[in-house]
Design a protein. Structure first.
Ligand code: GRF
Length: 215
């Protein structure tokens, strides 16, 4: 059973998808702790509803970011956390936490990286006018959404999409690929070589997405 630590700042629907995946037996894991930087995060309710301990840790309560992320790393290590999940944690994680968990921190981003990193990935995609967008789970390094990519899912984007409608389409896929990425980790199937994540026993499919479809 793999011990997870989840960091979330808001609604926590990805956190919920992980909780549900554990409950259903899809993931052989346990969430040891939810850490949030936001006392109003709905993720806290989800933790309470599922008997998961939580900590509210606000950066303003620490002298600087390094001390803040060292404290987070300490809280995770104290509980034996093996894999850290950024499930809508709206901050750029700093070195002390990354060094404590090298290639052991996963983030989900609502765009097909390296396109549209940073905030509002869905709005960036709508404004740009792409025909395909999606989501990405990647290991976290010191950059903003730059770490080695584990899995991506593509969805169509339409000319009349709003940020909200595209976000909703993407979110459904987030809830599928994040638990799967965690499963691959738990199964010991992920190896990082430079920028590349090598997935042992990976099946290759020829599925393609063309948007608009050629009919
Ligand atoms: C998701 O869109 C995720 O990709 C991004 O932040 C959002 C979090 O949503 N990093 P939720 O809190 O998991 O519902």
């Amino acid at each position: 059973m793999t011990k997870l630590g989840v960091l979330a700042s808001g609604r926590g629907s990805n956190f919920q998808s992980i909780i549900d995946s554990i409950k259903s037996g899809y993931l052989d894991a346990r969430v040891e702790i939810l850490i949030t930087d936001n006392p109003d995060a709905y993720a806290i309710e989800r933790a309470k509803n599922n008997g998961i301990p939580f900590l509210i840790m606000k950066p303003g309560d620490y002298p600087d970011k390094d001390v803040y992320y060292s404290a987070i790393a300490g809280a995770l290590k104290e509980r034996g956390v093996e894999l850290v999940i950024l499930a809508g944690f709206m901050r750029v994680v700093k070195k002390p936490l990354i060094d404590a968990y090298p290639m052991r921190i996963m983030n989900i981003h609502p765009a097909l990286l390296p396109s549209f990193p940073g905030l509002h990935g869905q709005k960036q995609a709508v404004d740009y006018g792409v025909k395909i967008s999606g989501c990405t789970v990647h290991f976290v390094d010191e950059g903003v959404d730059t770490g080695p990519i584990i899995i991506q899912a593509a969805v169509p984007a339409y000319h009349d999409d709003t940020e909200e409608s595209l976000a909703e389409r993407i979110l459904k896929e987030e809830h599928r690929i994040f638990p799967y990425a965690i499963k691959l980790f738990i199964q010991g199937r992920l190896r990082v070589e430079g920028r590349k994540v090598i997935i042992s026993g990976q099946k290759k499919a020829d599925s393609i997405l063309i948007n608009p479809p050629i009919l």
